[in-house]
Structures are given as structure tokens and as C-alpha cells.
Design a protein around this ligand. Structure first.
Ligand code: NAD
Ligand code: GLY
Length: 377
């Protein structure tokens, strides 16, 4: 098992990465016991609960913990709402025996379960401890680490929430085998993002391992991902190491944590423009990274061959690098309303080489228009 420490003073915690951790009383059960929980509540969605919910509750119970699971919420982003949080809170607060400040919440699933479950934990009894147990690659390498929790509002994504760091993160790479291939690619897009902002050697690793990471076996409903567990664990650990360092340096996003938004400014606008049901987050971020690189190239910050190298790896991972033509004016307008914009000024993260980025707040509508046209087929 690999362990990565997120250094946050008294709130520091470990991210544990390995195979077979979830169903094991000696691993998950022991880690939860060490937190000293009086009761453990597992929160999961309608896809993940039938796959891993019972094994998780059993592993916790086998370690002597009083564990139970809430009714699974419907899988998908539309469930990330105050209404679902309220239903979960009702279940927690009416449970017998009653929950108390010693209760531990275990969000089990993708980023939606993590953000929603983490948010419920942040506000129930003014704060319960959390053990994040991510089962999508995106959640393993990004959302389970760093303490951002929350739900969406009709006016935008993630607009209601709280910083609430977990006490521990347990990543069982074996759970990723049941992930739809498109969701694996989604997570690989975030891995490319980490490589571009901090670590060229991670990009080399992804380039060299792409086929092995995307390998599948079986057919139809029996199709499973057949990646090498060691390679997947290494990929996750390297990404968590980057995310942990960024979060330790800037927990509340006053500075360098903003680097994690590389590809997200235009990406979020594309997502809003095309519609959340019509494009996956990772696909939009892939387009956003290519568009950001176009601006970096035009400014003379990033060499054309470096930009092409990033486009090539995204293509190899079967993530989109072009899309049907977009309306640049609408994209610019959406970008001005992004929660990261300051006084209407659009801020973007641009690479200056592979492994290094800076934040720019002098981005012009003309630059965005050219970048958006460059990704339109
Ligand atoms: P998700 O939670 O909806 O999971 C994607 C799909 O995969 C869902 O259908 C889910 O049921 C399914 N799934 C998950 N694990 C599975 C498994 N092992 N086997 C089979 N199916 C599985 O979405 P996501 O892509 O994991 O996360 C996206 C969310 O994360 C968004 O809401 C985004 O805002 C949030 N996010 C948060 C942060 C943060 O720092 N908190 C960072 C990035 C993204
Ligand atoms: N995913 C962005 C962040 O955690 O800050």
C-alpha cells in the first residue's frame, strides 16, 4: 500500500492507495477504527452501492464498528443538490441509534458521492469526520483530496459548499475495474492536467502507459477494465502527490491552488454552452486545455511542439481535442460569470512549459475567440 500525506498541520491526513483495501477489515476497518468512530455511515449512489456498498459495511462491521449505509441516491450530477443533501440529512438525523459528533461519514463513489457526502458531513451536527473512499479515477486523483465539498445550484456548479478536509482517504484501485471506459478517460484528462501544471515526468509516464491503463477484457455487459493494478496505483499515487502538495501550500485557493483550474475556464464555459448532459466534464476540460494552450502559444509562452505533445496525448487517451463550432461570444460571456472571474475579469491558467503554469488576468475576448475557433472543427 502507498501512503501520501496531505500536510495541513493538525488537520493533516493520509491518502492510502492499494488493491483490495475496501473489503478488508484489516485495511479499511483498521483505518476507520484508528479515527475512533462511534458509528460509521456509508453514503453512495445507485451504481456504486450495489457493487461495493455491502462489502464496505461488512469490512467496517468486521473491525467492530457500528456501520450502516444510507439509501443510495440516484447516480449522476443531477443528484448533487441541496434537495439530495436534505434527504440524506433526514436519514442521518432520524437514525437509531442517534448519530453524534463521533460519527464518521464514508462517501463511497465518484466525485458526486464525495462532494455530496462530504458536504452532508460538513453541516450535520456542525461537522462530522469523513473518510473519503473514491471509486472513479477522477475522484481518486482529484476530488477526494483537498476538502472541497458541496452541491450545485440552478445558477451554476459547486456554488454551495464548504471546505471540510477528510480524516483519511482510502483508494482501492480494484474498484476501478467496473468503471465505464469513458469515465476512466475522464479521470485521465485530470491526470494530464496535473502533469502539465507540475510534472513533465508524469506526462512521460502517461504517454508510456496509455494502452495499459485503457486495456479492457470481456464483451458487452461483462466488459471490465483490465489495467495492471501496480501501474494504476502508481498513476494515482503520483497524481495525489501533486494534488496534496498544492493543497498543503494553499488550502483555500488564495494562490497556487488556482493552478488546478488549468483547462477549466474555457472547459466550464464549453460545458455550460453544450449542456452538462451532452458532454462529460473530462471531455470539456480536454477541450479547455487545448484552447488554453492555443492562447499560451499565441502569447509566445508555450512552444508549438509542447502544445502539440499535450494534444497528442489527449488524442491517444481518446479525449476530444476538437468539437463542433462554438459561439465565441457566448463562451466569453459565460467565462465572465465564472465564479473564478474577478470583477468581470477573466482569469486563465496558461502553461509556460510542460510542468509549469502561471495565472493571467489580462485575457482578452479576441484571444478567447481565436482559441475557441481553434478547437471548432
Ligand atoms: P460521478 O460521481 O458521477 O461518477 C461518474 C459515474 O461513474 C457515475 O455514474 C458513478 O455512479 C459511476 N461510478 C463511479 N465509480 C464507479 C465504479 N467503481 N464502478 C462503476 N461505476 C462507477 O462523477 P465523477 O466524474 O467521479 O466526479 C465528478 C464530480 O466531481 C463533479 O460533481 C465535480 O464537480 C466534482 N469534482 C470535485 C472536485 C473537488 O475538489 N471536490 C474536483 C473535481 C471534480
Ligand atoms: N479540483 C480543484 C481543486 O481541488 O482545487
Amino acid at each position: 500500500m502507498k501512503k501520501i500525506r496531505v500536510e495541513l498541520g493538525l488537520r493533516s491526513y493520509d491518502v492510502c492507495v492499494g488493491a483490495g483495501l475496501l473489503g478488508s477489515a484489516d485495511m479499511l476497518g483498521k483505518l476507520a477504527s484508528e479515527i475512533g468512530a462511534s458509528q460509521v455511515v456509508v453514503i453512495s449512489d445507485s451504481n456504486v452501492a450495489p457493487l461495493y456498498g455491502q462489502a464496505t459495511v461488512d469490512a467496517l462491521a468486521a473491525a467492530g464498528l457500528d456501520a450502516w449505509a444510507t439509501k443510495p441516491f440516484p447516480a449522476g450530477e443531477p443528484s448533487k443538490t441541496l434537495a439530495t443533501a436534505s434527504t440524506l440529512l433526514d436519514e442521518l438525523l432520524t437514525h437509531s441509534p442517534a448519530i453524534d459528533r463521533g460519527t464518521l461519514v464514508v462517501p463511497l463513489g465518484g466525485g458526486v458521492a464525495g462532494d455530496l457526502g462530504g458536504f452532508v458531513a460538513a453541516i450535520a451536527l456542525r461537522g462530522l469526520r469523513v473518510l473519503q473512499s473514491p471509486t472513479s479515477l477522477l475522484a481518486c486523483v482529484d476530488s477526494s483530496v483537498g476538502g472541497k465539498t458541496g452541491v450545485d445550484h440552478q445558477t451554476g456548479k459547486n456554488l454551495i459548499g464548504a471546505f471540510h478536509q477528510p480524516s483519511c482517504v482510502v483508494i482501492d484501485v480494484e474498484t476501478l475495474r467496473t468503471l465505464p471506459l469513458a469515465e476512466l478517460r475522464n479521470g485521465l484528462g485530470e491526470c494530464v492536467k496535473h502533469a502539465v501544471i507540475r510534472d513533465e515526468s508524469l506526462l512521460e509516464f502517461i504517454e508510456a502507459s496509455a494502452e495499459k491503463l485503457l486495456a479492457t477484457e470481456g464483451r458487452g455487459d461483462d466488459k471490465k477494465l483490465s489495467f495492471d493494478a501496480e501501474i494504476m496505483a502508481e498513476l494515482i499515487a503520483r497524481n495525489v502527490t501533486i494534488k496534496a502538495a498544492v493543497v498543503s501550500a494553499d488550502e483555500r485557493e488564495a494562490g497556487v491552488r488556482g493552478h488546478l483550474n488549468f483547462g477549466h475556464t474555457i472547459g466550464h464555459a464549453v460545458e455550460t454552452f453544450i449542456g452538462y448532459d451532452n458532454i462529460r466534464h473530462g471531455e470539456a476540460v480536454s477541450l479547455g486545455m487545448v484552447a488554453a494552450n492555443h492562447i499560451a502559444k499565441a502569447r509566445g509562452l508555450l512552444g508549438p511542439s509542447q502544445a502539440q505533445r499535450i494534444t497528442n496525448i489527449l488524442s491517444k487517451l481518446e479525449l476530444p481535442t476538437t468539437t463542433s463550432p462554438l459561439d465565441p461570444g457566448s463562451i466569453w460571456q459565460i467565462m465572465q460569470h465564472d465564479k473564478k472571474a474577478l470583477a468581470g475579469k477573466v482569469r486563465m491558467v496558461l502553461p509556460t512549459e510542460i510542468g509549469k503554469v502561471d495565472i493571467y488576468d489580462d485575457i482578452t475576448p479576441a484571444e478567447v475567440a481565436q482559441a475557441v475557433e481553434s478547437i471548432g472543427k
